[in-house]
Design a protein around this ligand. Structure first.
Ligand code: NDP
Ligand code: BG6
Length: 494
């Protein structure tokens, strides 16, 4: 299904996200025919641009994203418009009324409008109010939808307050809280793997699974984003949203049907079952770290405290490792180890399901564990690891693997996360957007961790280019487990 005819209003159109992700994603959708000709983009920010200078800037974004200059690209750019608005002055939003009316008329978009909030988060509550002051939120003439970028709040209280603020002007069915991890093809594949195969689902529980590892590792540091990152840290930047959503996909019950409510009910249910931490237990289940300078491949890499925009005394964590449990019938007693960090040895996001060993070791004391490795990125795929007989005399076993690479299935029109989510929002499909109860459940779960941080909880150093502080290894070793050390490539040489 293609997008409805509509006008997309991007607030924050002069910013980084619009430049690097949103406009390239819209262009890709356009070039594969998923947008009708009846669409327009109205960029909004405080900076002054004319339609033409805005188009010029976005043309640059598309070329930088690897597109070739072409007739198609020019045609797409002709759908782009710009309106400067002082985003903190409600009256100034009045300028959008005639601009939108004109675009709806020109493109026959029946008043359908998708607002994308890609501004500093402090404006996420203000923009809906200012739109409503000019009647730009009502659905009497076409649908009005609001995509809200992360972070949705700073903690549970601010997330709730933001919800209240937005709900004054937009109903829940109009609000699309974006978490780009949910738009990743391989995250969605997790559900298909689990729920369309008789092979896996019967084993997917406490009776057969020993523990689960979830890793979101990045090789890059904070780069130019020190100013933002220092107020956030790995806990808010990666764990509270992306990794908890991935955990929910691993652990949720099968939805009765695939639609937004059914799916999001199950996601919310499992997040509500996360075993709550408290001031005492958090100390034994959490390790925080911060990278220090190092030499990687002969190149000196800055430590976090030397990065631009980071205060010299900062104790913000760039690494987190957490042991959590889910209090429900399926998962009681199964540890979920989740870790994420910047400046780790490689970029990899993966889930490892460690199955229990056989009840009696007939062949060898050190037979390898059975593992299912689900690689979200890069080198997307699935690898099953199990033991087989070592050739030769005796009955010793060795680990072998069966590998599936997602690239073997790849269609040339595979959508990236932002493409998929933008298209879904234009079709009115909220299945892959976070619902308010799930967002609150995530914030509630991390509350004791945020309090621990705030109260000076220990942050260990780790050298850039390593797998985080040694304390994280100890966290998992307490239960006789070890973290997998994944490499950029998943395939195992047997
Ligand atoms: P930028 O700082 O690059 O852009 C912010 C945009 O908001 C600019 O267009 C700015 O333009 C506009 N703006 C409007 N009003 C204000 C104001 N009062 N103060 C400051 N800026 C204002 O941010 P990003 O594009 O990187 O990020 C936008 C949002 O998306 C953020 O909330 C961020 O957390 C989120 N996000 C970004 C990601 C990324 O990769 N960049 C990834 C995931 C989320 P002007 O000054 O002309 O008004
Ligand atoms: C963003 C975080 O939401 O996700 C970044 O703000 C992080 O710090 C990024 O680098 C990771 O996304 P991806 O898709 O590259 O794994």
């Amino acid at each position: 299904m293609n997008a409805d005819n509509n006008c997309i209003v991007i607030f924050g159109a002069s910013g980084d996200l619009t430049y690097r992700k949103l406009i390239p994603a819209l262009y890709d959708l356009y070039s594969i025919g998923r947008l009708t000709e009846n669409f327009s983009v109205l960029g909004v920010a405080r900076s002054e641009f004319s339609d033409e200078t805005f188009r010029e800037k976005m043309r640059g974004a598309l070329l930088e994203a690897g597109n070739e200059s072409s007739e198609m690209l020019e045609k797409f750019c002709s759908h782009l418009y710009y309106q400067a608005v002082n985003t903190s002055d409600s009256n100034d939003y009045g300028k959008l009324v005639p601009r939108l009316a004109e675009l709806h008329e020109l493109y026959q978009t029946q008043g359908n409008t998708l607002y994308y909030l890609s501004t500093p988060p402090s404006l996420y509550g203000i923009i809906p109010e200012c739109l409503a002051a000019h009647g730009l939120n009502t659905e009497e003439n076409g649908w009005k939808r609001l995509i809200v970028e992360k972070p949705f709040g700073y903690d549970i209280e601010t997330a709730k307050a933001l919800d209240i603020q937005i709900h004054h002007y937009f109903a829940e069915h109009q609000i699309y809280r974006i978490d780009h991890y949910l738009g990743k093809e391989t995250v969605q594949n997790l559900l298909v793997l689990r729920f369309s195969n008789g092979l896996f689902e019967p084993l997917w529980n406490r009776n057969f699974i020993d523990y689960v590892e979830i890793t979101g590792a990045e090789a890059i540091g904070v780069g130019d984003r020190g100013g933002y990152y220092d107020g956030s840290g790995a806990m808010r930047d990666m764990f509270q949203n992306h990794l908890l959503q991935v955990l929910a996909m691993v652990a949720m019950e099968p939805p009765a049907i695939i639609n937004a409510d059914s799916m999001r009910d199950e996601v919310a249910k499992v997040l509500h079952c996360l075993h709550p931490l408290n001031t005492e237990t958090v100390k034994h289940n959490l390790v925080l770290g911060q990278y220090t300078s190092a030499e990687i491949n002969g190149e000196k890499v800055k430590g976090y405290l030397e990065e631009k925009g980071v205060p010299a005394e900062s104790s913000t964590e760039t690494y987190m490792a957490l042991r959590c449990e889910i209090d429900n019938w399926r998962w009681a007693g199964v540890p979920f180890y989740v870790r994420s960090g910047k400046r780790l040895p490689t970029r990899v996001t993966e889930i490892v399901i460690h199955f229990k060993t056989t009840p009696h070791p007939v062949f060898s004391q050190n037979a390898p564990d059975n593992k299912l490795i689900i690689r979200i990125q890069p080198d997307e795929g699935i690898s099953m690891r199990f033991g087989l007989k070592k050739p030769g005399s005796g009955f010793d076993s060795k680990e072998v693997s069966m590998d599936f690479s997602y690239a073997d299935l790849a269609s040339p029109n595979l959508l990236t996360a932002y493409e998929r989510l933008l298209l879904d929002a234009m079709k009115g499909d909220a299945t892959l957007f976070a619902r308010t109860d799930a967002v609150h459940a995530c914030w509630k779960f991390v509350e004791p961790i945020l309090a621990y941080k705030k109260n000076g909880g220990r942050v260990y150093d780790y050298e850039a280019g390593t797998w985080g502080p040694k304390e994280a290894d100890r966290l998992i070793a307490k239960e006789g487990k070890v973290w997998r050390r994944p490499s950029g490539k998943m395939k195992k040489k047997v």
